[in-house]
Design a binder for this molecule. Structure first.
Ligand SMILES: [Fe+2]
Length: 211
């Protein structure tokens, strides 16, 4: 498996390329499509699929352009589909709606979809081997905002509990470069991320300043 974390655009976004057997999946497409295409080409990978972790513009606004240039299909969770469809203007781009536990293949690599609502209703994390791409659900020592339209702090808390069940050695690759280090592990976040450490909803809401 080829795996690349790519810093793009003015908002500290990360996109990712997961490749195998000459094929690539791009995760999130907010900025600089030529950079993504160039990195894939250097690895002799053809971009076949684009997975969008959620509907916010800094993750999806270039999905249409990238899908058109690469002739790739766009995958996203059904609960964010109305917002994402608005960003996908080219009617010939193939759209595939995802659900929790779906599997997407690139070469021989299977990527598992974990529905993690809270930042947006259709937010997803993606598990590829020992790497978890967390979008704006979980950052290094932080979490995604819940005060934007569609945000829900109680749901984000439940989503984080889901992620806590994963093995401590699973590596965490966030949708933004907001931490002191660009990626972490589930075990590391359990130790240092104050939001991820919360064991009750009350504690979590307190930390968010909701009481
Ligand atoms: Fe976001």
């Amino acid at each position: 498996m080829i795996f690349r974390q790519i810093h793009l655009g003015p908002m500290q976004n990360f996109s990712y390329i997961i490749g195998d057997e000459g094929e690539a999946i791009v995760v999130d497409a907010g900025w600089e499509t030529d950079k993504l295409i160039g990195i894939a080409a250097k690895e002799n990978l053809e971009i076949k699929k684009i997975i969008l972790t959620h509907s916010h513009y800094d993750h999806v606004q270039k999905a249409d352009e990238l899908a058109s240039k690469a002739n790739a299909a766009a995958y996203f969770h059904e609960d964010d589909s109305n917002e994402i469809k608005r960003a996908l203007k080219n009617p010939s781009v193939k759209i595939i709606k995802l659900k929790d536990n779906d599997e997407i293949k690139v070469g021989n690599v299977k990527i598992k979809v974990i529905h993690t609502p809270g930042h947006t209703p259709g937010g997803i994390c993606l598990l590829a081997g020992n790497k978890l791409l967390t979008g704006d659900t979980l950052f290094v020592n932080a979490i995604g905002r819940t005060d934007l339209p569609g945000g829900d702090a109680a749901k984000l808390f439940e989503s984080l509990q889901k992620l806590k069940k994963l093995d401590d050695n699973i590596e965490v690759y966030p949708g933004h470069d907001y931490g002191e280090i660009p990626f972490s592990t589930i075990g590391g976040e359990k130790k240092t991320n104050p939001y991820f450490k919360c064991e009750s909803k009350e504690q979590f809401f307190n930390l968010l300043g909701m009481f």
